[in-house]
Design a protein around this ligand. Structure first.
Ligand code: FAD
Length: 427
């Protein structure tokens, strides 16, 4: 008999809750990862995120090889892979960390049922967040839809619990199954190396985060987003650090959990406005306008620099994400879902809950969103946050040679956006 630990978005051996529990099971543990072709089939063959997952798995595999074990990597639909695993091995128990996205919830229900039919037990754990699902709820048990009271309750609860244990996986390592499964190359999974890479993270650069995080030319945010997305860092360790060192940084980590619980409680936000009163907005959805936005040729330097940074690196600074998103929805009157889909294709840190949550925030259609009449002026944002033009010159090298005309005048676009929203919002 064996137990299986199933890696998903928790790609690390240390401080991994479900792995800790798996390694205490009575049976040797096989560590599994499935390249889910239902997800992979929709991605370009040089998708940088697949490369990052592959690299992270390779590191884990090397750690396992050092103790005489190895990762079992499978490629296929999750259900078919599990059917064959349940055939191939006598599996007593399956351990995994919870994932709160609608697709993952449906997938896990299917695998739980399948395991049960085969007399295997599944155990799932909270690992991706400090507080999950409805652990932070209003007095009446309903989910918060406003950030500040959510955050206050989160902080109160965090203070009142015993510090979350950091699980010591090392001492149980001998419980891994002795194996030497083949580790596939990226090509064998059907992908190619991308020239876009995830940055390594470094917490020293966020010492002045509270003062400098809004300035895209200053390298002062953590770049941890892809690591949090794929679980190559532990949220417990990070929060532990943030609580002691930087409240503003901690607040951002709480925004992450806020949007995760919104997605969990209101899964409709993936494809619908959180505020259905906004369903009547007549978006212009002009394809040519959208292309100019995507390629970073709107004539607004802050917007164009951001889109070019995204296209070249898979990353965009948060302040600039807010500006480009507002520009798409309000200046161009393009449905936020178009922008959300474009970001989903490009961002290394793409995360359904954060992306949908922030897009709906920018569009004004979300919970606790920017008011509809707030229309960022991209030139004022530039003056405030990149006064010397360091960021825009980095991404628009031709800037000093004379930059083209804006594709739409700000005052006109602002008035049009407010009028369109006003007319579209159902009373
Ligand atoms: P830091 O400033 O160092 O923040 C630390 C961590 O806090 C981040 O890694 C992230 O996990 C979390 N965080 C910070 N800001 C937010 C936020 N506003 N909402 C949720 N979590 C936050 N973030 C994603 O992780 N994935 C996305 O798909 C995503 N899409 C976005 C779309 C738009 C339109 C906007 C405005 C923001 C989006 N964000 C998204 C949030 C934010 O821009 C990124 O998390 C941040 O820029 C990542 O850089 P960092 O790791 O250096 O952030």
């Amino acid at each position: 008999k064996v137990s299986i630990f199933w890696f998903r978005r928790d790609l690390r051996l240390e401080d991994n809750v479900a792995l800790y529990h798996a390694l205490q099971s009575k049976y040797p543990v096989i560590a599994l990862f499935i390249f889910d072709i239902d997800i992979l089939n929709s991605l370009p063959i040089n998708d940088a995120r697949v490369g990052f997952i592959h690299d992270s798995l390779q590191k884990i595999n090397a750690q396992l090889n050092a103790i005489g074990s190895s990762l079992l990597i499978k490629n296929g639909t999750t259900k078919a892979v599990w059917e064959s695993l349940l055939d191939e091995f006598d599996i007593s128990e399956v351990f995994y960390n919870k994932d709160y996205e609608p697709y993952a919830i449906r997938r896990d229900l299917t695998i739980n049922a399948l395991a049960k039919e085969n007399n295997s037990m599944c155990f799932s754990f909270k690992d991706q967040v400090i507080f999950e699902e409805l652990e932070i709820a209003k007095a009446d048990g309903l989910p918060y839809t406003i950030y500040t009271p959510y955050k206050n309750k989160w902080l109160e609860k965090y203070k009142s619990i015993a510090p979350l244990p950091e699980y010591d996986t090392q001492s149980y390592f001998s419980n891994f199954h002795k194996s030497n499964f083949d580790f596939p190359t990226l090509e064998q999974i059907g992908f190619e190396e991308s020239n876009i890479k995830v940055q390594l993270h470094n917490l020293t650069q966020i010492a002045n985060y509270h003062e400098t995080r809004d300035f895209p030319a200053v390298d002062s945010t953590s770049y941890l987003s892809p690591h949090l997305r794929f679980g190559t860092v532990s949220i417990r360790k990070l929060v532990n650090w943030a609580v002691r060192k930087n409240d503003v940084f901690l607040s951002e980590l709480i925004w992450r959990e806020f949007f995760m619980q919104i997605l969990f409680s209101f899964p409709k936000v993936v494809s619908h406005n959180f505020k259905s009163a906004y369903d009547g907005i007549q978006w212009r959805n002009n394809e040519e306008d959208f292309k100019r936005w995507c390629s970073g040729t709107t004539g607004y330097p802050m917007v164009d620099a951001g889109m070019r940074q995204l296209n070249a690196t898979g990353y965009m600074h948060n302040r600039v994400r807010m500006v480009v998103a507002s520009f798409l929805c309000k200046h161009l009157l393009i449905n936020w879902q178009w922008g959300e889909a474009y970001f989903a294709e490009k961002l290394l840190d793409y995360d359904l809950s954060a992306n949908v949550g922030n897009w709906q925030w920018a569009a004004g259609t979300g919970c606790d969103a920017a008011p509809y009449f707030r229309v960022f002026n991209p030139d004022i944002q530039l003056k405030k946050f990149d006064e010397k033009g360091v960021y825009i010159r980095k991404w628009i090298p031709e800037f000093d040679l004379g930059y083209g005309e804006p594709m739409i005048e700000h005052a006109f676009a602002r008035d049009r956006a407010i009028a369109t929203y006003k007319a579209g919002i159902l009373k």
